[in-house]
Design a protein around this ligand. Structure first.
Ligand code: 1HN
Length: 359
């Protein structure tokens, strides 16, 4: 290259930059990666760490209009300080102290709750009071009014999963406080469960492939029903290292929300799942049992209440020490709806190159 051209190019790049233009040829490889390169990294939040902090929050911080909720978000260190578990998923611990109520509101992001511990709490969703017990899944679909009430003398903790980062990326966030602090409960509790029961709730153990832009009309999925179905599946596949169920919309068989899929994975003690990866992010919450997962060569030991992230296209395999039940939240319905979902079984188990130290 001649000196003249070199100088002309330098001036050209300066001029292009000065008017808000970026030449694609300088960033192509950054944008078009051969495989997904999520900014979030594999990470784990330990129940032993967050539980006492949640208790301190209950003592120190009231729940008021404006703040709305006592929630500690899982902040993935790869995301530059943004309060998200992964690029597409919000994950958090929410706590409600004895006799407390979190005010009613609605927003376009959809949410799911997986109950960790406590009882005597109900979430009211558009007037339907859904009682919450450990291991239950409760849905608060986008734009549904919702508030949480604790009628007991003990606190409750649950996991919150939302599609908030996706809706934010689409510049589609709307929020509205309810005119009253709480909604009026209409009729008996658990009306959606009474109407839809438990039949047809669970798909064949893998994400439903139908897209339904409507959320599930069933708002609460009970642990007893989930466990019964896991046991049926385990009995039918006695050699399998794991069995799983997906929570689905009983009307269409689609995922519980148009943006979010939820499932429960039962890992058999002493066995390991085959190594695999999939596009899209996952947040996992340990319900029962202990074990470890290997994510991109790093070992994550876990026990009840621990929460961890498997970013898009990370290799993962799960090992249970004793039989373990792990709740799985994913954004796969969106990738499936767009026709870009991919999954891959890996030929070899991963070799462990490091062990994660929980904070
Ligand atoms: C929200 O409304 C709840 O209603 C929980 O319990 C977590 C995180 C971000 C935005 C809204 C709730 C949330 C949230």
């Amino acid at each position: 290259m001649t000196v003249e051209i070199e100088q002309a190019l330098e001036v050209f790049y300066r001029d292009v930059d000065a008017v808000g233009l970026t030449p694609l040829w300088t960033i192509t490889e950054q944008l078009l990666t051969p495989v997904p390169k999520p900014k979030s990294i594999p990470w784990l939040w330990s129940a032993n760490t967050y539980r006492p902090l949640a208790e301190r929050a209950i003592e120190l911080v009231p729940i008021e209009r404006g703040g709305e909720r006592r929630v500690l978000s899982l902040r993935n260190p790869g995301l530059g300080g943004r309060p998200y578990a992964a690029g597409t998923l919000w994950g958090a611990v929410q706590c409600l102290g004895p006799r407390e109520t979190a005010p009613a509101h609605r927003h376009t992001p959809g949410a799911i709750r997986f109950v960790l511990e406590g009882e005597g709490v109900f979430t009211t969703v558009n007037g339907d009071a859904c009682d919450m017990y450990s291991g239950d899944l409760v849905l608060t679909p986008g734009w549904a009014w919702h508030d949480h009430s604790n009628t007991a003398d003990a606190s409750m903790l649950w996991f919150d999963g939302l599609d908030l980062p996706m809706i934010e990326a689409l510049d589609g966030v709307f929020f509205e406080p309810h005119p009253d602090n709480n909604q009026r409960v209409e009729g008996p509790h658990n009306r959606s469960a009474a109407q839809y029961g438990t039949t047809g709730i669970y798909a064949g153990g893998r994400a439903a492939e139908t897209l339904d832009p409507a959320p599930s009309p069933l708002l609460v999925y009970r642990w007893a029903d989930t466990e019964a179905e896991l046991e049926r599946r385990a009995a039918a596949s006695p050699e399998a290292p794991s069995v799983s169920v997906e929570y689905v919309n009983p009307r269409s068989g689609a995922s519980v929300l148009p943006t979010l899929a939820c499932g429960m994975l039962r890992l058999v003690g002493g066995r390991a799942t085959p190594p695999r990866r999939q596009s899209g992010n996952q947040v996992l919450v340990v319900h029962h049992g202990t074990g470890y997962s290997v994510i991109d060569g790093q070992r994550f030991d876990w026990g009840p209440g621990d929460m961890f992230v498997v970013p898009s296209w990370s290799a993962v395999e799960h090992h249970a020490a004793e039989t373990a039940d792990v709740f799985v939240l994913s954004d796969s319905p969106v990738l499936r709806a767009l026709g870009i979902f991919r999954e891959q079984e890996l030929a070899e188990p991963q070799s462990v190159t490091s062990t994660f130290t929980p904070q």
